[in-house]
Ligand binder design. Structure first.
Ligand code: SAM
Length: 270
């Protein structure tokens, strides 16, 4: 396991994922019924942008750094949750910030050091449960939750060449066990072909009601670069496309190059 999120926290793709995560959590918290949030690939929870790791890549400067200079109105809610200049929340910190007293958060992290850091961060929090385990396995082990309402974030590092296939199969297995859950899976866009195959694979698995929210920071011509990213959402909340469109557009306008694009696509009917 070579991937450490501390090098990448707050980069443009992280901001896209987290702005959409906040929108999903807000939408699902509109009903008073308890919500279970499962983050299958959690990282360390929150990040210090003055750390050696963050300084080595400086990736956050083109992401949260740029957003903090402009703060587009459509991103005000997300930005208010991202904290001070030296810090950036991971998905666990964001989810925890929006958890209500009746909700629960389960965090899975496989890297031994990162799992320890995560455990320390939430040590005395009765609403948060840390699992040092494979997040894909946890999907079927922890679902369906007793609450019968859940948001599941699947955010793998894409270190392995078969991660798209693993993700699609895991999503299908989780959906079989818990078809009404809301699933959000992040994926990179380096070039178009792997993403096309992933979407076709997902469509062939017969899961209904799926959209993708995608941003290309630039034309994906150089596959050595992270040229964009997407979040695939199964069972999006009511009217989510309309809510997400201005957020995605604000992210594109701030983070993308002039030839960048954003789009929301329905890939499976409800
Ligand atoms: C992209 S990072 C997660 C970032 C986090 N979700 C956030 O938004 O702040 C992916 C994380 O997954 C962990 N990881 C890799 N393989 C895993 C697996 N099979 N199960 C659980 N965690 C895994 C990595 O150690 C890394 O911390």
């Amino acid at each position: 396991m070579n991937y450490r999120h501390a090098y990448h926290a707050g980069n443009p793709a992280d901001c896209v994922k987290h702005a959409l995560l906040v929108l999903l959590l807000r939408a699902l918290s509109a009903k008073p019924k308890p919500l279970f949030v499962l983050d299958t690939h959690a990282g360390i929870g929150a990040y210090d942008l003055t750390s050696i790791e963050a300084g080595k890549t400086g990736e956050w400067r083109a992401g949260i750094g740029r957003l903090r200079q402009t703060t587009p109105p459509a991103l005000a809610d997300f930005m208010a949750l991202t904290g001070t200049a030296e810090h950036y929340p991971g998905s666990p910190a964001l989810a925890r910030a929006l958890l209500r007293p009746q909700d629960r958060l389960a965090l899975c992290e496989l890297h031994p050091d990162d799992a320890v850091t995560l455990k320390r961060r939430f040590a005395r929090d009765p609403q948060v449960h840390i699992h040092r385990r494979d997040g894909y396995e946890a999907l079927t082990a922890l679902l369906p939750p007793p609450e019968r309402r859940a948001l599941v974030l699947i955010d793998p590092p894409f270190e392995k060449t078969d991660e798209f296939e693993t993700l699609a199969a895991a999503l299908q297995a989780a959906h079989r066990k818990f078809p009404t859950g809301v699933y959000a899976a992040w994926y990179p866009v380096k070039h178009r072909a792997p993403v096309r195959h992933f979407i076709a694979d997902i469509q062939a698995r017969g899961i209904a009601d799926i959209i993708t929210c995608e941003i290309l920071f630039r034309e994906p011509l150089d596959p050595a670069r992270l040229n964009g990213c997407g979040v695939l959402i199964v069972n999006p909340p009511y009217n989510f496309e309309a809510t997400a469109a201005p957020v995605l557009e604000a992210l594109r306008a701030t983070l993308a190059e002039p030839d960048g694009t954003s789009r929301i696509t329905r890939i499976a009917d409800a």
